[in-house]
Design a protein around this ligand. Structure first.
Ligand code: CP3
Length: 345
């Protein structure tokens, strides 16, 4: 079994630096479109055989060191009772945004096996089909990021309605976030029980918060999730990724995660100065830098490897998800170059 990813998460020595890409199963791959053409996006998330197939595509095509379950952070929210659609241009849309107490009270905590069984079944199929080739990462959104979608009704520019609720009705905001947190704890526990070998919590929009607001309105819920998972006996590594989170790093360190994901705005050696040897680091090449010509991409990869030298462990990744415009050959070159350059060094 290729366990370099799990070893790096735990801070153990590896022969080379493991690498995977956020959003590695996706629209930059023609093979993804071939499967996706038969389903809507949500149908595909709910069809375990299809979800498993596209999860494995980047393992075969790119040679990455970990698989990440194909699903979406918004999938459990639908089962909380928030009707969800994905539109080609607009992205995710919640048809009944949560903006008052009545809306919040209608949400319930889904039983993951009974109501999100397709996710657990996808994980079980993947563990069989991967047969130890690479570890499987399960995931969820972080409560703040999930709440932005529920409150705004979709993607947002300035998060006005989310911040309005935070500032003008903190009791409602707190009750909503606690409900999302309870749902996420059960959801991640079930993923680990089904066979996920690591769990990543995506806080994609944490970076829109001032550090004092992150302290009050976001990180306490992440802490509660991780504490509950660990208290329940879960030992798989937990990765917390706060996108655009350079100013939130010392607080993220207190989350209890084993690994912190970093975007490209903070060099990894600067991050090591803050986190020391307490956690491993994951990241952090700008996803658009996948367009660099070979020699320049190698130079950037080498710089990131050098910056990560003092880290307890390093998992190479992008600083955010790969975008649909990237030619697959460039992603393939990236993975091969990370392996080759880190072996030498
Ligand atoms: O990483 C992987 O390969 C696993 C699958 C995965 C998807 N979404 C598939 C997806 C994961 C881990 C996610 C997480 C996710 N979803 C996040 C956190 C990561 C991040 O990028 O910040 C967020 C914020 C979402 C919400 C979401 N899902 C948006 C805003 C959109 C529309 C915009 C976009 O990027 O397409 C999605 C749709 C989505 N999720 C697609 C995929 C492959 C594209 C759907 C399609 O095929 O049309």
């Amino acid at each position: 079994m290729n366990d370099t990813f799990l070893k790096a998460c735990r801070g153990e020595k590896t022969e080379y630096t493991p690498v995977w890409l956020m959003r590695q199963a996706g629209r930059y791959l023609p093979e993804y479109h071939a499967v996706r053409s038969k389903y809507t996006f949500l149908e595909m998330c709910k069809t375990p055989e299809a979800a498993a197939e596209v999860t494995i595509q980047p393992i075969d095509i790119l040679g990455v060191d970990a698989a990440i379950l194909f699903s979406d952070i918004l999938v459990p929210l639908e089962k909380m009772g928030a009707p969800l659609e994905f539109h080609e241009k607009r992205g995710p849309v919640f048809l009944e945004p949560i903006r008052d107490r009545a809306g919040m009270e209608k949400l319930h905590i889904p039983d993951p096996e009974a109501e999100l069984g397709y996710v657990m079944e996808t994980i079980r199929i993947l563990r069989r089909e991967l047969a130890g080739r690479v570890p499987l990462i399960g995931f969820s959104g972080a409560p703040f990021t999930l709440a932005t979608y529920l409150i705004e009704g979709g993607s947002s520019k300035n998060y006005f309605l989310t911040k309005k609720m935070m500032y003008t009705d903190p009791a409602l905001y707190g009750d909503l976030l606690n409900k999302i947190t309870d749902c996420t704890i059960e959801y991640l526990k079930a993923q680990a029980a089904a066979g996920a070998q690591a769990l990543q919590i995506f806080d994609s929009w944490a970076g829109v918060l001032a550090p004092c607001d992150f302290a009050e309105f976001a990180i306490p819920y992440v802490k509660r999730i991780i504490a509950a998972l660990k208290a329940s006996g879960i030992t798989v590594p937990i990765i917390y990724f706060a996108n655009n989170g350079a100013t939130l790093l010392s607080q993220s360190l207190e989350s209890g995660a084993d690994v912190l994901g970093l975007d490209w705005r903070l060099p990894l050696d600067e991050a090591v100065k803050v986190v020391g040897q307490k956690v491993s680091l994951q990241g952090n090449m700008d996803p658009i830098a996948l367009l660099l010509p070979p020699a320049k991409m190698e130079k950037l990869i080498q710089d990131i490897l050098d910056q990560a030298k003092g880290a307890r462990g390093h998992i190479f990744n992008l600083g955010h998800g790969i975008v649909p415009e990237i030619p697959p050959e460039q992603a393939k070159f990236f993975v091969e170059a990370v392996h080759r350059l880190s072996r030498k060094g």
